[in-house]
Design a protein around this ligand. Structure first.
Ligand code: ADP
Length: 154
């Protein structure tokens, strides 16, 4: 059976930390769908279209990766795309506490799904989309943290 993983997130924006998670995950899965979760209660900084185009630009030569947006329960979206793994990244204990509860809830909702956690190389540990948004809002340059950042439109 093909190992299909969903990497869900807001990716507002998709950073070099996310890229590192994907780089490691490519060794584990046959196919990875990067799922941009659309949350009607949470306004994003970068437009959905530009976030999608941005991530697609990074993986245009990687046939194992595709990008989709979704607006439903993550476990339901997994069923639509036949994913049996959810991929998440861990930076610190705070991430762990939060991610553990979500993973346990998701497993309760759909027992076919296992969440796999990956840890990035240390140089990506501090990367955080919300800090990058703050830098951008205040006129700072985010190119060191986000590959192809020129594609993003806020
Ligand atoms: P969400 O809004 O669902 O938290 P994010 O786009 O912020 O989505 O992150 C998606 C996933 O990537 C999460 O599992 C998050 O912990 C992980 N992640 C984000 N940045 C890093 C990083 N620098 N190193 C490791 N994992 C990361």
């Amino acid at each position: 059976m093909k190992k299909i993983a969903l990497f869900p997130g807001s990716f507002d924006p998709f950073t070099k930390g996310h890229e590192d998670v994907i780089k490691k995950a490519l060794k584990l899965f046959d196919e990875i769908i990067i799922g941009i979760g659309v949350n009607s209660n949470k306004a994003s900084y970068y437009s959905l279209d530009s976030r999608k185009m941005h991530i697609e630009s990074l993986y245009k030569n990687e046939p194992k990766i595709s990008v989709q947006s979704y607006q439903k329960l993550t476990t339901e979206f997994c069923k639509d795309i036949h994913a049996t793994f959810i991929l998440r990244g861990l930076r610190d204990v705070k991430d762990f506490e939060y991610e553990r509860s979500i993973a346990q809830l998701n497993h309760h909702l759909n027992t076919e799904i296992e969440t796999v956690f990956l840890i990035t190389d240390p140089q990506f540990n501090h990367l955080n989309s919300s800090i990058i948004r703050e830098i951008s809002k205040n006129g700072g340059i985010i190119a060191d943290f986000v590959t192809n950042s020129h594609i993003l439109v806020s």
